[in-house]
Design a protein around this ligand. Structure first.
Ligand code: GTQ
Length: 331
């Protein structure tokens, strides 16, 4: 069989056709404090320009050497110091940013700038030119999440460096947010790509919505108050390959144990509490505080207890799974 390039299915049938998902990722939490020191130290050692992107990658202990936060997502923390520019490039993987700290940082997508504030969710669509800069003081830090594993799996992985440091200035600051992000769209609007034309979802707006809604909402026992970021022109996910969410848990709220086939990466925007991830003996409990990041593997049950009112951002491959018709949850 070997000589004829053949293998018997029965030798690996049960490995492939498992009763339930079996993934490599493990439950894990990164404490921001320890991580921040290393990130700042890295800024003394290498410039953003030299590094192309100065990022410390969150490598899940179950995915050692594979540089991934879950089986299907890459995540890292990127730091940029005053006056630096992360040079313009583009790639087929999509990137999202969730801002951790700092003021005066911006990202430009196709030359259109948006100033970033902590808690902002920013999208860099597939194959869009982008550069980042910092015109304020102190370090500017955000979480990157990219769909690299999906793109690499499919093979359609391209990257191009722009010949200049910055992509030429495009539309005015936040033009697309005003044009597409206020429940209106230009007459005759025709969609040009799968990406949401809005690429900045400011925390000020998100937080205000949560603040209003929490006064008068039924709490989902599994999620508290959980909202999905959408492409306002379609109602679909803000990113074709990554679903993104923000949730608020009031002080003292304890979620019921929940699992779904997407799992994902979670970043704490506000609050403190405890998250329990996994089943039985493999279950792990982590204390979380503001800016900590944790990884929930596919189909791992998890529950969250909020000691203080907490706001948590999350990103997962759910939108891929729902398009394929395979997404499941268990409440
Ligand atoms: O900012 O464009 O974490 O290209 C990894 C690759 C960030 C980015 C990452 C990237 C970027």
């Amino acid at each position: 069989m070997g000589r004829e390039q053949l293998v018997p299915l029965w030798n690996f049938f049960s490995e492939w056709f498992t009763h339930e998902p079996r993934v490599a990722a493990q439950p894990y939490l990164w404490h921001y404090d320890g991580l921040r020191d290393l990130l700042l130290e890295s800024a003394d050692i290498i410039s953003a320009k030299e590094a192309e992107r100065r990022v410390l990658v969150l490598e899940n202990p179950g995915l050692a050497g594979r540089h991934l936060v879950t089986d299907t997502l890459y995540a890292g923390l990127q730091v940029i110091t005053p006056g630096e520019v992360a040079p313009a490039h583009r790639h087929t993987p999509v990137a999202l940013r969730f801002v951790m700290e700092g003021t005066g940082g911006y990202t430009a997508v196709e030359g259109e700038r948006t100033w970033m504030e902590p808690g902002d969710f920013i999208v860099t669509p597939s194959w869009a030119w982008h550069d980042h800069g910092h015109e304020g003081e102190g370090p500017f830090i955000w979480l990157d999440v990219l769909d690299v594993p999906t793109i690499r799996f499919l093979g359609a992985n391209f990257t191009e460096r722009y010949p200049q440091e910055r992509f030429p200035q495009g539309p005015p600051v936040d033009d697309s947010l005003h044009r597409y992000g206020t429940n209106m769209r230009p007459v005759g609007y025709a969609r040009e790509s799968l990406a949401s034309p809005v690429f900045s979802y400011p925390y000020s707006r998100t937080r205000e919505a949560l603040e209003r809604l929490k006064q008068h909402s039924e709490w989902d026992p599994y999620h508290g108050l959980k909202m999905e970021y959408i492409d306002p022109t379609t109602g679909g996910p803000a990113i074709p390959t990554i679903s993104t969410f923000i949730q608020l848990l009031p002080k003292g709220f304890a979620t019921e144990t929940y699992r779904s086939t997407d799992g994902g990466v979670f970043a704490v925007a506000e609050g403190t509490g405890t998250v329990t991830i996994g089943t039985g003996e493999a279950a792990k409990q982590f204390r979380f505080a503001k800016r900590d990041i944790f990884s929930v593997p596919c189909w791992a049950p998890y529950s969250i207890v909020a000691d203080e009112e907490s706001v948590i951002f999350s990103a997962s491959d759910r939108s891929v799974q729902t398009k394929l018709g395979i997404w499941r949850e268990q409440r």
